[in-house]
Design a protein around this ligand. Structure first.
Ligand SMILES: Nc1ncnc2c1ncn2[C@@H]1O[C@H](COP(=O)(O)OP(=O)(O)O)[C@@H](O)[C@H]1O
Ligand SMILES: [Mg+2]
Length: 299
C-alpha cells in the first residue's frame, strides 16, 4: 500500500468529507476548490451523462477537469444524490492510488435539505476505455489507443489494469457492473471513473451505497453450490447459455466460480470484492488476465 494511503489518513479524509456533506464542517483544507467561487471557469462542455450523473468538461488552472453532479431530471433524486456522494467518498478514500482520478473539491447548491445538490471537480481521466456492455449482443469495443498499447507493450497494459483494479478491490469496493465502459484511459493509466459500491471494510459503515447481495449462508458450511452466496450471473457467465446475452462469446464458464455460489469441501468460497475481476474478458488482455481454471480468490 502506498505510504500516502495510510489507512487512518484515508478514513480521516473521508470523515472530514462526510462532516462537510452533512453541513457540520467547512470543506476539507486540502481541497483546491472549496466553494463555487473557487471555480470560475465559464466554458463548460457537456460530456455526457449516464443514468445517474451529468458530466461537464472544463479547465481548472490550465488543466482539463470534469465537473460532476446528479441528473436532476430523473426520478429517485435522493438515491442519485447518495450515489454521487458515494463517488466523492470513493475518490477521497482512495486518493493518490493508481487509477483513481484526483478530486479537486466541490460545493453544494441549495439550502433546503431535500434539494441540496453536490457538485464536484475531478481530474479528466482520459478517453473511454471502451464502449459496449460486454454482452453477446453488445460486445466490448475497446479504445483504439489502448488496443495499440496492448500490442506494443502488453505487460505495461496488463499492469495498468491490475493496478487500477487493485486500488479499489483491496479496499473493499466491488464493481457490480464490471466492464470496459466504467474505465477511462490516458497514456498508460487506466482509471475507474464511476464510483463503485462497497462490499466490506470500513467504508461499509459510512453510509456509502453498498452491494446488495443475498447472504444465503451465514455459517458458510455447505453440501452443494446452491447453498452458497453468489454475486451476479454476469460475473460467472453461468447463465449465458440460457439467455444468450450476459457474456461475450467464448466466455461461458470462464467467469469466477464463486460468483455463482461455490461449495468447496464443505465451506462456501468467499465472495470478496475481487470476485468479478480478471475473469471477464477485457478485450485485448482477456486471456492473460484470467486466473487458472478452478482458482478461487481468497482474502
Ligand atoms: N473523470 C472523468 N474523466 C473523463 N471522463 C469522465 C470522467 N467522469 C466521467 N466521464 C465521462 O462521462 C461519462 C458519464 O460519467 P459517469 O460517472 O459514468 O456517469 P453515470 O454514473 O451517469 O454513468 C463517462 O462514461 C465518461 O465518458
Ligand atoms: Mg457510467
Amino acid at each position: 500500500m502506498a505510504a500516502n494511503h495510510a489507512a487512518s489518513d484515508a478514513l480521516a479524509r473521508v470523515d472530514a468529507a462526510l462532516a462537510w456533506l452533512a453541513g457540520n464542517a467547512s470543506a476539507p483544507a486540502h481541497w483546491a476548490i472549496k466553494s463555487r467561487d473557487d471555480f470560475k471557469t465559464k466554458n463548460w462542455k457537456h460530456l455526457g451523462g449516464g443514468n445517474v450523473k451529468n458530466v461537464y468538461e472544463a479547465k481548472f488552472e490550465g488543466t482539463r477537469v470534469v465537473v460532476k453532479t446528479r441528473l436532476n431530471t430523473a426520478a429517485h433524486q435522493e438515491r442519485l444524490e447518495n450515489d454521487v456522494r458515494g463517488e466523492l467518498l470513493y475518490l477521497e478514500y482512495l486518493r493518490d492510488l493508481p487509477g483513481v482520478p484526483k478530486l479537486y473539491g466541490g460545493w453544494i447548491n441549495g439550502l433546503l435539505p431535500g434539494a441540496r445538490q453536490l457538485w464536484y471537480v475531478v481530474q479528466f481521466a482520459g478517453e473511454d476505455f471502451g464502449v459496449g456492455k460486454g454482452t453477446r449482443h453488445r460486445p466490448t469495443r475497446v479504445n483504439r489507443g489502448w488496443e495499440a498499447l496492448v500490442k506494443k507493450d502488453p505487460i505495461t497494459a496488463a499492469r495498468a489494469l491490475l493496478e487500477c483494479c487493485r486500488s479499489f478491490s483491496d479496499q473493499g469496493y466491488f464493481l457490480t457492473d464490471f466492464g470496459a465502459r466504467q474505465f477511462a484511459v490516458k497514456g498508460h493509466t487506466v482509471s475507474l471513473i464511476d464510483g463503485p459500491l462497497v462490499l466490506s471494510g470500513p467504508m461499509a459503515s459510512r453510509g456509502v451505497p453498498r452491494v446488495a447481495l443475498l447472504g444465503k449462508n451465514r455459517h458458510n458450511t455447505c453440501s452443494d453450490d446452491a447453498q452458497c452466496p453468489h454475486s451476479f450471473s454476469w460475473h460467472c457467465c453461468c447463465r449465458a447459455k440460457n439467455t444468450g446475452e450476459e457474456c461475450e462469446k467464448n466466455t461461458e464458464g470462464g467467469g469466477a466460480p464463486e460468483a455463482r455460489g461455490q461449495c468447496l469441501v464443505g465451506t462456501c468460497a468467499p465472495l470478496t470484492s475481487k470476485t468479478p475481476h480478471f475473469r471477464r474478458r477485457l478485450q485485448g488482455v482477456g486471456p492473460a488476465l484470467r486466473a487458472p481454471d478452478g482458482a478461487v480468490q481468497r482474502k
